[in-house]
Design a protein around this ligand. Sequence first.
Ligand code: PMV
Length: 324
Amino acid sequence: MSTVSTKTGSSEAHSKLILVGEHAVVYGKPAIAVPFPLKVKAVVEQSSGKIMFESKIYNGSIDNMPMKMKGIEVCIKETLDSLKEPFENLRIRVESSIPLGRGLGSSAAIAIAIVRSLFSFYEKKPSQEQLFSLVRISETYAHGKPSGIDTAAELSECPIWFQKGKEIVSLITGDPLYLVVADTGRIGDTHTAVDNVRKKYLVETREVEKSLDEIAKIAELAREALLSGDMYLLGSLLYRNHEELKVLGVSDDGLDTLIEAARNAGALGAKLTGGGLGGCMIAIGKDLEHAEVIAKQLMKAGASKSWYFSSEDNILYVTEGEKE
Ligand code: PMV
């Protein structure tokens, strides 16, 4: 009679939204990120032979993973190494509701869920430092030189103030944030966007530096607005931040159209979020009903999907299929 092993390890991770400061954060400026309730779950089970990976985008042996998943493969190897466990006899299943390449931090969230579930399978718990350094391996493949904001925000249950090399500060908001997120439906390429800013910096140093300094100022003011619950001021800062992201060359017509649609729907603020050049944008509503109105308008303006939620309870509402 064969015995079936029921040993499993599982874990979840949530995605993130950058409220202000993306790209400038790569140059050491501060940024604010908030948890976004779209989640990924990883389950590790006992099996025999090579490590098998199951997901929507790839099913098969971990040794034959496509190049774009190399970071995950190396991250799994390093995690097993740090656990002093062999690289075999496992099945890793990943179920994610986070769209890939949309500036929502899907790659870091997948890596966090996998690392945590491997530790849980071996009945251990990683320290925050271990999680950071293991997830960084995967992020380096995905992004080149990540600032680390995605991982930090996805390991936090509340908004964070993030600056490379400095302590991460949790921000307790004065009032709930009513956030809308809309997907352009096009994959954003963070790697290319970060690279484009770097190239621009080399040839238009003064202009780019001016923009990065302005984004840093916006982040400082946004922190005060968030802490005091001044959502009108916060909103205006988001619009200003988007203008600077345009100067850096990381927005595009699709994103700009959605930001204008949010403005026309009375959003307190709107901007692209994450790497840009496709991907997602965010907007701030006055309350949950207003957030719903904005989310619907964004669908009419061409978004492939939109979500809205209050940071108070993190219940996520989807407005898929509301297109005219
Ligand atoms: O596109 P995302 O969700 O991975 O966000 C990247 C944020 C950047 O500031 C553009 C890059 C970084 O490493 O901080």
